[in-house]
Structure formats: C-alpha cells, structure tokens
Design a protein around this ligand. Structure first.
Ligand SMILES: Cc1cc2nc3c(=O)[nH]c(=O)nc-3n(C[C@H](O)[C@H](O)[C@H](O)COP(=O)(O)OP(=O)(O)OC[C@H]3O[C@@H](n4cnc5c(N)ncnc54)[C@H](O)[C@@H]3O)c2cc1C
Ligand SMILES: *[C@@H]1O[C@H](CO)[C@@H](O)[C@H](O)[C@H]1NC(C)=O
Ligand SMILES: *[C@@H]1O[C@H](CO)[C@@H](O)[C@H](O)[C@H]1NC(C)=O
Ligand SMILES: *[C@@H]1O[C@H](CO)[C@@H](O)[C@H](O)[C@H]1NC(C)=O
Length: 592
C-alpha cells in the first residue's frame, strides 16, 4: 500500500537528481554466443510486439565500404538472408530480423564516421551507422545544422531514415530527415559477373532516391548518406499551457504559426502544452540546452521501484488511484522545464534560446560509461524497468480537427479511461509534410504519438485497453492514418501499404536492387503486402495488439473481456467487459 502511493515519477525525479553523472549504455541488440555466430537479434526493449526475439546464423561488423561490399557479396552468392542491424535498434516492430533463422546480420556499428563536411556548400556525408548525436554535434562544430530530426538522438542515420523518422514542422521541406538527403551510396546484390554486390551511387536527381530514402532496409545496405544542411541557427523555445476546449481548431493552425511547433495533450486533465518554437538569428543571446528529463539516465533501483509501483497500480489500483498518480509526471516535468536549461545548467525562465544542435534532440542516458548497470536508460531490458507500447500514426492535416473532436467525444464518455495517456506525458502531436519518398507521408500530416503501459505477462489485460484500441482504430480506419514504420503494434500495419499510392514504384526498385529478396524478411513481406499479413490471429491476439478482434476468443472471455464495437467509432472492434446482449439477458433472467 505504501509503495503504491509513491509514484514512479517522483522516484524517477529523485533518481534524476542523484544521477547526473553515469549511465550504462544500452545493451547490444545483437548477441552472438560463439564469437560472431549463433546470434539473437532484438530491439532495445528486448522484445518485439509478438514477444519473440529472432535468430541469425552469424553477424559481421564491416569497418569500410569494401568490407561491406564483401559481406553483401557473400550473402548474395549464397542467396542467404541478410539484414542490417544498428547499434541502437530502437524500432519496435520486427524490422531488424533477417528472414528465417539462418540469416546473416550486417551491423553498421563500426560504420559510424563522418566522411566529409563542407561548410560552404552545406553538404555533409556520413557513414550510415553514425549516431544522430554525433552527426548533429559534428554539423554544429562546422557551423551547420540539420534543420529537423527526431527528438531522441540515440538512433543511427541509416535506421532513422529507413523508418521515415521526423521531428515537427510544416515549414520548408518539413520535419522528416529524409527530406534533407541529397545523395546515398547503397550496396546491393548483383549478378556473379559483377562480383555478387555493387555500390550504387544515387544523386539528388536519381528517381531511385525516392525509394532508398525510406526503405525499411529491404533494398540493400546504405553505406553513406549525404545531407544538405543549413547554416547554424538558434531556436527560441517556450512551453505554454492552455485548456483543450479549442484544441481541435488550434491543431489546424499551430504548425503554420511556429516553425518547430508541437503540442502535448493531456486528455484526462483537458490541457494542452503548446510548444512555441521558432528559428532566431545566431546572434540572439542564449546558450540553452535541451536535456529532456525522460531521456536521462536513472538509477536502476529507482527504475525497478517505479515499475513495481506502476504494476501495482495497473493490477490492483482503481481509476481514482491511477488517475491521481497520472497527474504527477506532467506536473513534475513542467516544474523542471522538461529538462531545458538556459545555459546548460540552470533554468531561469522562458524562452530558452540556444543553438539548433543543442536543442533539436537529446538522450544523455546513452552517453555514460558502463557502470555495472547501477544506472541506465529508462527502458533498459536487463532490469525490470518501465515497459511500454509506443504507437505513432499520421492523420492528414485536413482531417486532424475531426479526429481530435472524436477523441474528445470518446474521452467525455469516461474521462478516467484516458488517464493512462496523461501518465505518460500525454499525446505528442507533431507535423510532417508530404514527401516524394515512396514510403514517406503522402499528405501534409499531423502525427500522433502515444506511449502506454505494457505488461511483462503475455495476455494480461490492461485497464481501459478498449478505449486506447478504439482510439487507434479510429485513427487508422476512420481517418486513414498511416502508421510510423518504426513504432506500433502489429495490427496497425494491416492494410497500411495500400495507403501509399507509390508503393508499386517502391517494389519495382526493390525487384531491381534485390531480385532474390535476400534483404526481405517475413515481417517486411507482410507489411509490404508481398506475402502474408502482419496480424497474428490467435487466442488473445487482440489483447496483445497482434490483431483486431473479430471473435471473443481473440480477447479473454475467461477474464470477462469480449469482442465489442467501439463506443464512438462503432465500426471498431475492441476487447471490453460485459457483452451488452449477455448482460441484457442476464437482467431479464434476474427479473424472472
Ligand atoms: C526514445 C525514442 C524516441 C524516438 N523519437 C522519435 C522521434 O522523435 N521521431 C521519430 O520519427 N521517431 C522516433 N523514434 C523512432 C525511431 O526513429 C525509429 O524507430 C528508428 O528507425 C530507429 O533507428 P535505429 O537507428 O535504431 O534503427 P533500427 O531500429 O536498428 O533499424 C530500423 C530499420 O532500418 C534498417 N537499417 C538500419 N540501418 C540501415 C542501413 N545502413 N542500410 C539499410 N537498412 C538499414 C534496419 O535493418 C531496420 O529494418 C524514437 C524511438 C525511441 C525509442
Ligand atoms: C546473450 O545470450 C546469452 C545466451 O542466451 C545470455 O546468457 C546473455 O545474457 C545474453 N547477453 C545479453 C547482453 O543479452
Ligand atoms: C555465416 O553462416 C553461414 C551459414 O552457416 C555460412 O555459410 C557463412 O560462411 C557464415 N558467414 C560468416 C561471415 O561467418
Ligand atoms: C564510433 O564508435 C566507436 C565505438 O564503437 C566509438 O569509440 C567512436 O567514438 C565512434 N565514432 C564516432 C565518430 O562517433
């Protein structure tokens, strides 16, 4: 009881104060038990959405493009399945798995150098395994800026491009990193006459670049990426909190008002934290730093206690206890200005003005020395730490106000059902522009990002899971949202490829580059509509997000959860308690 009243956020904050120094780096996603053979591959959470890990016969760690070509040639000559793995492996879905169980992993871990950087032209060429942190730091040191990026810098340039990763902007070319790619070198299989592998150099005008920029890793191994950077600039950031009564209208205009604007919506509390974030001249005073609280290192002990408290609330708590606890994280983050400081040490007030490379992304938990797991990133799988789902989906800008109005309707039926979102700092809402990339956004879009509790126990129902499931189906089915390639549970990808009018062009390039499909896996074939379907239809599959239920067995009838229509979006099918017909007949029975 006492433990349950100590909220995870409080513990995390205590931890944050204690632990500014170290942090064990995240574990290696590729784990080979005999040298470089007999390997397992997973993501940084140690668990794919279907709770499996995958296997590979062996792994190679090329240091140069020549070694990379040799690795691809060896796989191609043997028609062996192969897949790129990164040091970071932050994608949730099963993207990092080679097909079958006997494939080869090519790791980009040692392809992490900057190749060239030219301040005059603004062009920077890097190897594909370079970590975003190092890339933006090197750019900044040369007086240049990557204008947009994901908010977390523990990703590689090759991996984040492959999944279409982005920040938030409707200005200029928008927030997706691939909009700034003007060249790539990609190693693909080739006929024996060409030595089984070739380097294809794609310039800015090469139409294949629209396939290679966002490729899900199925075209070959990206060796190098050339980015068109901008002269270094500064940004001015202010967070403003308002109630959400006019939120549906605001979402349509906020992206026009502020170049880097975003919003965090706390649906239960009815609040929106608007990020007013604009470009200012480099001469503007200020040396602000974004060291986002959620991406800092934590004492392992604090994480374990926080998780235990979260589990108790989830399993034994009621709505009142959960919703009370859910208020704390956002309040605590607001108090500490989310981890922003005006000078790298202290927060003295908004606006925070600072250089782009110090503001655009953060992730200090990856920076520490190994300390025997005394401290780690908040999601380290080697400890029983917070474990969560992350869904991200983009709705066309023109449809976003109606989508928000529908979520508000859903919320108003039972506001406490959405406390789980408030508990994870709300719905993050960002802007992404339409892209020429075949697997990029098809329209100017509003991206909705939600994080929520995941049980370590397979098949364990979550409190009010039906409402979040309805929200996701509302987005994907009624509002035709497209899922982020690097996030989401399986069911979100069902039918996704049909929403890309240029998918056929993408598959043509794939057939040209990799006719034997050695870079394709079961998962990539399923999401690209080549073979099978990303759903895993089985008992309890809807509880795990592996399917949308069409039968009570896909839920947990033995625990009182049945496949039911949604409340606002009646076409939705969610696992909810008490089928109406049964309870009606039960009532009838009682009357008798
Ligand atoms: C804390 C956190 C914050 C995040 N923030 C954001 C955000 O703000 N915005 C956003 O859009 N996303 C965000 N993401 C999602 C993230 O951008 C994607 O999951 C990203 O793809 C992960 O990059 P990675 O380098 O770890 O790639 P991985 O997950 O390892 O790989 C992704 C895919 O790319 C392929 N690949 C990697 N390198 C190459 C290469 N050189 N050649 C060919 N194929 C390759 C892999 O085979 C795999 O299929 C976040 C994720 C986390 C965990
Ligand atoms: C690697 O795999 C071995 C054998 O399965 C296991 O004992 C070890 O803990 C794993 N290491 C990591 C870092 O996951
Ligand atoms: C990887 O394993 C395959 C199949 O066992 C083998 O043919 C190949 O030579 C191995 N490659 C390396 C680099 O060890
Ligand atoms: C590349 O990675 C190695 C460790 O694998 C690291 O020591 C080195 O600093 C990295 N290089 C760059 C440029 O980041």
């Amino acid at each position: 009881m006492e433990g349950a009243s100590l909220h995870p956020a409080v513990l995390l904050l205590v931890g944050l104060l204690l632990s500014r120094a170290g942090s064990s780096p995240p574990p290696e996603p590729v784990n080979c038990t005999r040298g470089t053979s007999d390997c397992t591959v997973t993501n940084v959470y140690g668990s794919f959405p279907d709770r499996t890990i995958c296997r590979a016969a062996n792994a190679t760690y090329p240091r140069t493009e020549e070694e990379l070509v040799a690795a691809v040639a060896a796989a191609a000559a043997a028609k062996r399945k192969v897949k790129v793995a990164t040091r970071t492996s932050h994608s949730f879905p099963k993207l990092a798995c080679p097909g079958g169980r006997d494939g080869t992993i090519i790791s980009t871990e040692r392809l992490n150098r900057s190749v060239s950087i030219d301040a005059a032209s603004g062009l920077m060429t890097v190897e594909s395994g370079m970590v975003l942190r190092d890339l933006i730091q090197a750019a900044g040191a040369a007086g240049l800026a990557l204008p947009h990026s994901p908010y977390w810098y523990g990703l590689t340039i090759g991996g984040l491009l492959a999944t279409g990763a982005h920040g938030s902007s409707l200005w200029g070319k928008g927030s997706a990193v691939h909009e700034y790619v003007v060249g790539m070198r990609i190693v693909t299989p080739a006929p024996a006459s060409q030595g089984f592998a070739i380097v294809r150099e794609l310039g800015a005008d090469d139409p294949d670049l629209d396939a290679a920029k966002v490729s899900l890793g199925v075209l070959g191994v990206v060796s190098q990426v050339t980015l068109a950077l901008q002269p270094l600039f500064k940004r001015s950031v202010t967070f403003v909190e308002r109630d959400d009564s006019d939120f549906a209208e605001q979402v349509a205009v906020w992206g026009d008002l502020h170049e880097f604007g975003d919003m965090a919506w706390l649906p239960r509390q009815g609040k929106v934290i608007y990020r007013e974030d604009d470009r200012v001249d480099v001469s503007a005073p200020g040396d602000g730093l974004n060291d986002y609280l959620g991406f800092r290192s934590n004492p392992t002990l604090g994480l374990i206690i926080a998780r235990a408290a979260e589990e108790r609330l989830e399993e034994d708590g009621d709505d009142t206890a959960r919703c009370l606890a859910a208020r704390l994280p956002a309040a605590a983050f607001e108090l500490q200005a989310y981890g922003f400081t005006n000078d790298g040490s202290f927060f003295t007030g908004y606006p925070v003005v600072g250089y782009q490379h110090r503001i655009q992304a953060s992730g200090t938990c990856i920076n520490g020395e190994e300390d025997g797991l005394l401290t780690s990133c908040p999601w380290d799988p080697r400890i029983r730490s917070p474990f969560f789902y992350n869904s991200g989906f983009s709705v066309a800008l023109s449809k976003a106000p109606a989508f928000i109005a529908d979520i508000q309707k859903l919320r108003d039926l039972d506001p406490r059902a959405l406390c789980s979102l408030d508990a994870k700092l709300g719905v993050l809402i960002r802007y992404v522009k339409a892209s020429s990339a075949y697997l990029g956004k098809t329209e100017d879009s509003v991206d909705f990002d939600i994080t929520y509790y995941r049980s370590y126990t397979e098949g364990a129902p979550r409190a009010h899971a039906d409402v979040l499931d309805e929200l996701e189906q509302l987005a994907l089915r009624k509002y035709d949202a497209i899922p982020h390639w690097g996030k989401n549970r399986n069911f979100a990808f069902d039918g996704a490829i049909a929403k890309y009018p240029m998918a056929g062009e993408f598959l043509k390039v794939k057939d040209k580059y990799d006719p034997d499909g050695i870079f394709s896996s079961e998962w990539s074939d399923q999401v690209l509509g080549i073979n099978g379907n990303p759903n895993i239809i089985d008992k309890g599959c809807a509880i795990e997000g592996l399917c949308i239920c069409s039968d009570d067995l896909h839920c947990a009838p033995e625990k009182g959860l049945f496949c039911r229509p949604g409340k606002v979006y009646v076409e939705a099918r969610v696992c909810a308690s008490q089928p109406v017909s049964d309870s009606a007949s039960q009532d009838h029975h009682d009357e008798l």
